[in-house]
Design a protein around this ligand. Structure first.
Ligand code: SAM
Length: 304
């Protein structure tokens, strides 16, 4: 069984990139009146406490989401922030704030709650979570929403499980795929799932989060997804955010220090036409505010 628990990582820099992008995508997709189906292949527990044991152990939100809520004077004076926060980044902060009492930052919503907050009554949300503990917590968290048949929690493999929902009834869908990549096969399963999904439903929007770490499989993901999109004649967008160097170092005592997650990316097939401009404004600010060393930066590529 997996040992990855998203509670350790909730609100980290990868969540900032992933959730800012997710919100920007959903804002656009919910503008059209027709019902939308959202499939979250790797849902996690749904809601996280930033003052809980898990989050406090790793403190990753302190170097992620929380940095955006307390901007130091030096960064605030940067020309990149002269016009205030980019609308997509502000939208992300405002949405997280809705889960907290005024001024408090105790709760961090995972993708299921972020998605639900943006859906209309006619839209549907299917959540896949394979880990029994997280699936149970997710079900309990979702039950509090009283959303009835609008939301389904499935303790199933998300890569396989989405097949039965594609194509969706109103022929509008967003698939978010956010594996923990704990199992090496995830790296191959992500592009395989995207290829299969595009065959089932070519006009869906497919959003994939991937880690950028020094192993070839990780770099294969955006390469394979781009090839897939180009061959299928679909538009695509790839955004990456780096917060620090990926170099393994040795300290004075001779102990090896691994950097943790230095960077990650979001690859979207059939992105909304508004997404590139939204991220173009938000990414430089994310890189500035979340930088842990001089290697911080971002990339934004799109095609099709
Ligand atoms: N998407 C969530 C968010 O943004 O809040 C975080 C998800 S976390 C990175 C990945 C989750 O996928 C973990 O909770 C893990 O237990 C679950 N998981 C791993 N393999 C899975 C699979 N094949 N199908 C469904 N869930 C899986």
């Amino acid at each position: 069984m997996f040992s990855y628990r998203h509670a350790f990582h909730a609100g980290n820099h990868a969540d900032v990139l992933k959730h800012t992008t997710l919100i920007a995508v959903l804002r656009h997709l919910t503008e059209k009146p027709a019902a939308l189906t959202v499939l979250d292949t790797h849902a996690g527990a749904g809601l996280y406490r930033l003052d809980g044991d898990y989050a406090e152990t790793s403190g990753e939100a302190a170097d992620g989401f929380l940095r955006l809520t307390q901007i130091p004077a030096k960064e605030a004076a940067s020309p990149l922030l002269a016009g205030g926060l980019a609308p997509a980044l502000q939208d992300y902060l405002d949405l997280v704030a809705e889960f907290n009492a005024k001024g408090s930052r105790r709760v961090y919503p995972g993708s299921p709650f972020i998605i639900h907050r943006l859906l209309r009554e006619r839209d549907k949300l299917k959540l896949f979570e394979l880990h029994p503990t997280d699936a149970k917590t997710l079900s309990a968290n979702i039950a509090q929403l009283d959303a009835g048949r609008q939301i389904a929690v499935l303790m199933e493999d998300g890569f396989e499980g989405i097949k039965k929902f594609l194509p969706p009834p109103a022929r509008r869908a967003l698939v978010l795929s956010d594996p923990s990549y704990e199992i090496k096969s995830d790296y191959a399963r992500v592009p395989a799932m995207a290829a299969d999904s595009l065959k089932r439903f070519a006009t869906g929007t497919y959003a994939v989060w991937y880690p950028l770490i020094p192993r070839p499989e990780a770099h294969d993901i955006p390469r394979k997804l781009k090839t897939l999109a180009v061959k299928a004649g679909k538009s695509w967008l790839n955004a990456t955010l780096t917060v620090k160097s990926s170099k393994v170092t040795t300290d004075a005592a001779g102990d090896t220090k691994r950097p943790g997650l230095p960077a990650s990316g979001m690859f979207i097939i059939n992105p909304p036409h508004t997404l590139k401009a939204a991220l173009q404004a938000a990414l430089p600010q994310m890189a500035l505010l979340l930088a842990q060393d001089r290697h911080a930066g971002f990339t934004l590529d799109a095609g099709g």
